[in-house]
Write a protein that binds this ligand. Sequence first.
Ligand code: C2G
Length: 130
Amino acid sequence: MKRVLTYGTFDLLHYGHVRLLKRAKALGDYLIVAVSTDEFNKIKGKKAYNNFETRKEMLETVRYVDLVIPEKNWEQKADDVRKYCVDTVVMGSDWRGNEKFEALKDLCEVVYLERTENVSTTKIKNDLHL
Ligand code: C2G
């Protein structure tokens, strides 16, 4: 059983998120998503439209997702990898080379998948406002 883990806010869940989750699941058998809490989003400088409970619930409906856990801080990742016996951490290419993930290479495989072009939560918010 190959276990995959990914992190994110996943606000206003869109096909860029879903395509990442689909490709992440294809790298193993069990996909864990650590979704940022509202408090951690403040630390990340993000204000999500959907609150943590809603974002968690929406992710739990995605067929590729097996477990959703809270992402409360930057520092929990190594503990998460150990606690959940993770083989591979997956992130979108905007995180490629980021020390927060490169540091995990001693513990597990780290894979960066190409971001989906022309979709983002910010773009959706702007387009809808227009
Ligand atoms: N993503 C993507 N394509 C998009 C938009 C997002 O592949 N068009 C990916 C991102 O690269 C990320 C995941 O979807 O891997 C979730 O995106 P965000 O919710 O924006 O995540 P972020 O705020 O970058 O949080 O500790 C890590 C952070 O929690 C990551």
